[in-house]
Every structure is written in structure tokens, then in C-alpha cells.
Design a protein around this ligand. Structure first.
Ligand code: 1HE
Length: 269
């Protein structure tokens, strides 16, 4: 448990493959299956879904990390062998629902990455909004070697971050990118030394939690959709979203605070 974080209560406390704690407006969700390198079983994906559709009142940002030496080893391969075609398509849709609850949920989510971030682990990381990678982090898509394909939203989300060509390379050749390469290609937004990623991720989440909720909503929900639209449709959507955001009482208060010299200026970090 990170200092000042207190364990979640109620429904979230019952999710035994996650360790969930809260400090003010920030929720920390730690994958807690280290003996299996946080491999995502059916139970774990369901628990992630349950968590992100049942965020406690007052939570305005979340951090996802992994217990043990790796962030996440991807799909629990022990369960894969049990599934028929119909079960497989439903299984993939279950992952989509869980990761949509993260990407298009109520609050921005920061992923703190270390060790293996592979297969479904990379799909989880790319459903989050901001990624912090420690030195030890590395990224791969071993699905090609396992005789399968991505099924947790990777084909839709990963090319949007690193391009189709790099994802093709990861899948066809088994290539692995390290944390620096991940940063160069835009997969990773922030780098941290080993052991320092969580503090960085929490600091970012605390900062994000101070934004107006409607601004965060617009970034999470409007921005990726506008990117998928034509320029004409995107500009129209942007105007609607901008009008909604700036009409909220909170926006009016914040704009007045700046004009009256009560709000921070933009400074070089
Ligand atoms: C697992 C899994 C797993 C570990 N499913 N059990 N993912 C992969 O192809 C990655 C497979 N895993 C690995 O390459 C390595 O385990 C790691 C590099 C992640 C970590 O290595 P290491 O040396 O620290 O651990 P380990 O000794 O390999 O594994 C420890 C235990 O975790 C061991 O079980 P044990 O009972 O023998 O102790 C492993 O079997 C188990 N384990 N990874 C099941 N993935 C929605 S589609 C998504 C498709 C995918 O994600 S495909 C990619 C799957």
C-alpha cells in the first residue's frame, strides 16, 4: 500500500485479484496476481470491468499498476485451451467491455508500467490515457508466436499510438521494444527509474484530478472520436463539445478566477 492510500471498502474490496486503494480523488488499482505475472484470467478481466464501472464517489483519476516483477503477462494462456469458437468471440467481447470501461469510463487513467507489458498487458496499457514506463518496462505482442491474434482491443488501439507498421513488426517478428523505444514512438508519455514510476503516476493523477470533470470528459470521450471522424465532422463535434464544456458553471468560475488574477499561469515545467 502506498502511504496515504487507504484500502477500498465494499464491492471493490471483494475483488481479490486487484488491490484497490484510494487517496483523496485518486484511486490506485494494482493487478495482484504476481505468481502468474498478473496474467489476465476471466476472473481478473471481470474484476477490472467491475472496478471501473463502480468507481467510488469522489474519484476523479485512477492509476493502474502491477504487483511483482512485471506489469502484466497478457492473457492467461492456461484458460485459452478450454474455449470453442463461440466462447472465444464472447471472451474477446468481454475484454472489449472491460477496456472500454477504462478508455471511455468516468475518469482518466494513468498506467504505471514495469517489466513485461505484453500481449493483453499491452492492450490494457493502451486502453489507459497516460503511460509512465520504468526503465525495466518492455513491450511485445507474442500472440503471433502463440498461434493467436490480439483480442483485447489491441488492433484498434495500438496502431493509433504507434502505427500499423510497428504493430505488424511486433506481431510478425516477435520484436520487443524497450522503455526508451516506447517513448520515442509515442507509446510512453513519461519515463521513470525503476521503483519511481508509481509516485510519478500518482502525481500525474493528482494533477489530472484538479481539472474540471467536463474537460477531462471531453478529452477522454470526444478527442479519440474526433480523430476518427472526417475533418468536417470532427470540427462540428469539436464545436458542440466546446460549447458544452464552456457552459458549465465550473468553467465560468475558472475563467473568472483567471481574469481576476486568482488562477495559476501557464509556466515552463
Ligand atoms: C502465465 C502467463 C500467461 C506467465 N498465462 N500463465 N502472453 C505471453 O505469451 C507471455 C507469456 N509469459 C512470459 O513470457 C513470461 O512468463 C514473462 C516474460 C511474462 C515473465 O517471465 P518470468 O520468468 O518472470 O516468469 P515465468 O516463470 O515465465 O512465469 C511464472 C508463472 O506465471 C508460471 O507459472 P508456474 O505455475 O509455472 O509458476 C507461468 O506459467 C505463469 N505465466 N505468463 C498463464 N500469460 C485478449 S487476447 C490477448 C492475447 C495475449 O495476451 S497473448 C500473450 C500471452
Amino acid at each position: 500500500m502506498t502511504p496515504s492510500f487507504v484500502p477500498a471498502t465494499g464491492l471493490l474490496a471483494a475483488l481479490d485479484l486487484l488491490q484497490i486503494s484510494q487517496s483523496d480523488a485518486v484511486l490506485h488499482v494494482r493487478l495482484n496476481r504476481p505468481a502468474k505475472r498478473n496474467a489476465i484470467s476471466d476472473t481478473l478481466i471481470q474484476q477490472l470491468h467491475t472496478c471501473f464501472i463502480n468507481l467510488p464517489d469522489g474519484v476523479k483519476a485512477a492509476v493502474v499498476s502491477g504487483e511483482g516483477a512485471h506489469f502484466c503477462a497478457g492473457l492467461d494462456l492456461a484458460e485459452l485451451v478450454e474455449r470453442d469458437i463461440h466462447g472465444a468471440v464472447l471472451h474477446s467481447r468481454m475484454w472489449h467491455a472491460a477496456f472500454d470501461a477504462i478508455q471511455f469510463g468516468a475518469v482518466p487513467v494513468v498506467a504505471v508500467l514495469h517489466g513485461a507489458v505484453v500481449g493483453g498487458g499491452l492492450e490494457l496499457a493502451t486502453s489507459c490515457h497516460i503511460r509512465v514506463a520504468e526503465d525495466s518496462a518492455y513491450f511485445g505482442l507474442p500472440e503471433g508466436q502463440r498461434g493467436i491474434f490480439v483480442g483485447g482491443g489491441g488492433s484498434a488501439r495500438i496502431p493509433r499510438l504507434i502505427g500499423v507498421a510497428r504493430m505488424t513488426d511486433l506481431m510478425l517478428t516477435g520484436r520487443v521494444f524497450d522503455a526508451d523505444e516506447g517513448q520515442q514512438m509515442g507509446l510512453v508519455g513519461y519515463r521513470a527509474a525503476d521503483g519511481a514510476g508509481l509516485a510519478r503516476g500518482i502525481a500525474l493523477a493528482r494533477r489530472i484530478a484538479t481539472n474540471a470533470p467536463m474537460s477531462n470528459f471531453a478529452v477522454m470521450h470526444a478527442l479519440p472520436r474526433i480523430a476518427d471522424q472526417s475533418q468536417s465532422e470532427g470540427l462540428f463535434t469539436e464545436s458542440l463539445m466546446a460549447a458544452v464544456a464552456e457552459s458549465t458553471p465550473e468553467a465560468q468560475d475558472r475563467l473568472r478566477a483567471f481574469l481576476e488574477g486568482r488562477a495559476g499561469k501557464v509556466v515552463k515545467s
